[in-house]
Design a binder for this molecule. Structure first.
Ligand code: HEC
Length: 149
């Protein structure tokens, strides 16, 4: 084969795989079995989430009842909450942007946006940590939601 064409093919393949890698960033599953990722997420959770969602992921008391301010208390992230009723993409988006962005304009939510505070990698780590605390059965059910996308 002509040498130039050969290199052309290599170049196109390299660019192609770089684009695919970029596209997949943030879209692939958040891996709760990755020990290093989970450990990193544990620290981020303690710093950024525990004050509201609880050191043991237990949430605020009476988390289903709106406060006089109209805001909901922070729900638990353990198996008793509904975090696991959502797929990774939703969890990532809500953690990154806060809930208000996805709710009607007059909806009051105390869930803050972490844009500018946590990187995408930090958010993936913290969600990996949260997922790692779920019992197997719950993890499987949440994983099934990811498959439906
Ligand atoms: C200032 C308090 C506060 C902090 C800090 C906070 N949250 Fe929240 N979070 C909330 C509240 C309150 C809600 C429920 C909001 C609503 O429904 O209006 C919520 C909801 C969520 C939800 C949606 C759960 C569901 O089932 O729909 C996710 C996911 C979440 N938080 C993740 C996080 C993560 C991860 C962190 C740390 C990086 C964090 N939150 C930090 C208050 C907080």
């Amino acid at each position: 084969m002509n040498r130039r064409i050969g290199w052309g093919i290599v170049l196109v393949a390299a660019i192609g795989s770089a684009v695919v890698a970029w596209w997949w960033q943030g879209r692939d599953r958040i891996d709760a079995t990755d020990k290093a990722l989970v450990e990193r997420g544990r620290g981020i959770y303690a710093r950024a989430c525990a004050e509201c969602h609880g050191a043991d992921l237990q949430g605020e008391p009476d988390w289903r009842i709106r406060k006089p301010s109209g805001e909901l208390p922070a729900p638990p992230h353990d198996a008793s909450g509904h975090t696991w009723h959502h797929d990774d993409e939703y969890l990532f988006a809500v953690t990154k942007h806060g809930l208000a962005r996805f709710a009607p304009p007059d909806y009051k939510s105390a869930m803050p946006s972490f844009v500018g505070t946590l990187s995408d990698a930090d958010i993936r780590a913290v969600l990996a940590f949260i997922k790692s605390t779920w019992p197997d059965e719950i993890r499987k059910r949440q994983e099934a939601l990811n498959q439906k996308r």
